[in-house]
Design a protein around this ligand. Sequence first.
Ligand code: SAM
Length: 336
Amino acid sequence: MQLTTLKKLIFDKNIFAFLRLGKQVDTVYRTSFVTAANSSGLLNSLNQGEQSLIQLQQQLTIDDTKRDALEAWLECGVRLGELGFRSGRYRLKGKLSRHLAKQENQIAAAMFEEAIRYHYDALLSAPVRMKQDKAYQLSDQDGKVIAQSSQILEPFVEEAIEWSLKHTQPKAILEVGCGAGKYLVYLRDRLASSEITAIDYQADVVAQANQTLLQNNIKDIDLRHQSFFDMQGESLYDLITLHNNIYYFTEEQRQTVLTQAHKLLKPGGQLLMTTSCQGGSSAITALNLWFSLSDVGGALPEVEQLKQSLGQSGFAHVNSKRLMPGESYFAFLAQK
Ligand SMILES: C[S@@+](CC[C@H](N)C(=O)[O-])C[C@H]1O[C@@H](n2cnc3c(N)ncnc32)[C@H](O)[C@@H]1O
């Protein structure tokens, strides 16, 4: 490089400002590459052993016309130090990709993918989305990734269920928004003779829950494809549970949901909710952003506001409990 070029770079273009960002830019490249490498199956393939370009092309089911693009993508991985390349074969090399490729780290890998694919996108596109009134839809997220990442919550939700069972043995239980049905299995194991009804308003999710029940040989849960707003009757249940779904309802709908739950409960019955709330880590704050930008529901609830809404819906005793130390993940238990 000539001295005049260097002078121009330093004095006219302030090249040092860019050089200071180098590490941060590499982090963005690395996390993007590894996320796609994980979700596409590349990490899994290379976890089995070294592979050639053609083998990877076949395993990732990529068309011949895109072989050059695949090579360019893999070259990014090599350049970032996440992949190794020797004698025409690729292998896992970087710490991050080797970590996420391990079978026992699949929940962490899904949490990582959720952060990079959805939270990062929300942070990046928030101003444009707000200006263009372009809301996220439920279909913008891969349900499998979300289901896998939320497995980290299972021990906390189970602790909350135990909290609700401390003083009562509910005879009739309603689970609202049961998702893949994992807490139905826990409830059935725990309460062999209770009548359990479960609803979810997404047909494919109900099908998944059905699978879960079949796999666990559970045949006595009344599983329905139904919206909570369409539930009829009153004083039917001793316990109603809503796990990780109050923010799937808009802020306007939430009061109706709580009033409906109150109506469906028998006198003395309990409503148990588990949910992320505002004021948590950067992950929960970004989750709050995603929901605030979406048509799916609304912002995460605030603890005191949710307790107040429970009171306004007629619940007499309202308690909350932080389930995750240092994180804004709470259980709410309210009695009719
Ligand atoms: C994040 S998932 C949580 C699933 C499950 N409870 C869990 O914790 O793994 C939220 C669920 O609430 C369901 N849901 C949202 N609105 C609903 C409604 N009005 N009636 C019934 N289910 C609803 C969604 O279909 C989705 O399966």
